[in-house]
Ligand binder design. Structure first.
Ligand SMILES: N[C@@H](CCC(=O)N[C@@H](CS)C(=O)NCC(=O)O)C(=O)O
Length: 223
């Protein structure tokens, strides 16, 4: 059975969880949570592995999520989602109004869709970076590099706003880019960490998909 390594609070793991639900793929979840914010800081200061030695010997990025399927290990959420697409024998969306997209990226927009997925990744990564470093007592408003990270997030949001339609990145379908974007935006709302609102296309795409079962059944989790 496919093993899915995750932590409950990771927005990158949430992306994979939503796609697993969309595709109704049977899997065994393995929670490798390092504990609450204080425990994370404690482990990092002691230079201990965050997710356990066994996991960190297996996954070179030392990050979640990852999956193991037979002898195959896949890490990086977008690579995992691509793998799940290759594995999903039939994508069945019979009971939903907007079907799951037939491919991860549109065959006639390969470089643009690759940039879109990468830009959402940069956006999430910059903000998580700010949150992690602030846990060590660094004030994000007085640290020049963290100010740059926040600026990067805003410029990525502007770029994405100019490329998303009011119904999402893959009009007519619910796509991997939509899942990525929704996980980023809902994380920002839940943590109050980024002011992204006022961007009408992103706001509409979120309202278009937020009541979908896979999104509602796997909400953002904060510790
Ligand atoms: N680009 C990676 C990002 C994954 C990521 O940053 N995961 C965080 C949890 S939300 C993590 O494992 N952080 C541990 C660390 O930074 O050491 C992906 O898409 O899977």
């Amino acid at each position: 059975m496919l093993k899915f390594y995750y932590t409950a609070t990771s927005p990158f793991a949430r992306k994979v969880r939503i796609l697993l639900a969309e595709m109704k793929l049977a899997h065994e979840g393995v929670d490798v949570s390092p504990g609450d914010a204080a425990q994370v800081v404690e482990k990092l200061k002691a230079e201990k592995s965050l997710f356990g030695d066994e996991y960190e010997e297996l996954v070179p990025s030392l990050r979640v999520p990852a999956i193991q399927d037979g002898g195959q290990l896949i890490f990086e959420s977008n690579a995992i989602m691509t793998y799940l697409y290759q594995k999903g024998t039939s994508i069945s969306s019979e009971s939903v109004e907007i079907p799951l997209a037939p491919t991860v990226i549109r065959p006639d927009h390969v470089w643009l869709d690759t940039m879109i997925l990468t830009t959402i990744d940069i956006l999430m990564d910059s903000i998580i970076n700010v949150a992690q470093i602030s846990r060590f007592g660094v004030d994000p408003k007085s640290n020049s590099y963290l100010i740059r990270q926040a600026k990067r997030a805003q410029s990525c949001l502007d770029w994405l706003e100019a490329r998303v339609s009011p119904k999402g990145f893959y009009p007519g379908f619910f796509s991997v880019a939509d899942i990525n974007m929704i996980c980023a935006l809902q994380m920002f709302d839940a943590r109050g960490s980024v002011n992204w609102r006022g961007r009408s296309n992103l706001e509409s795409m979120l309202s278009c998909h937020e009541s979908r079962a896979s999104i509602k059944d796997h909400p953002v989790q904060l510790l």
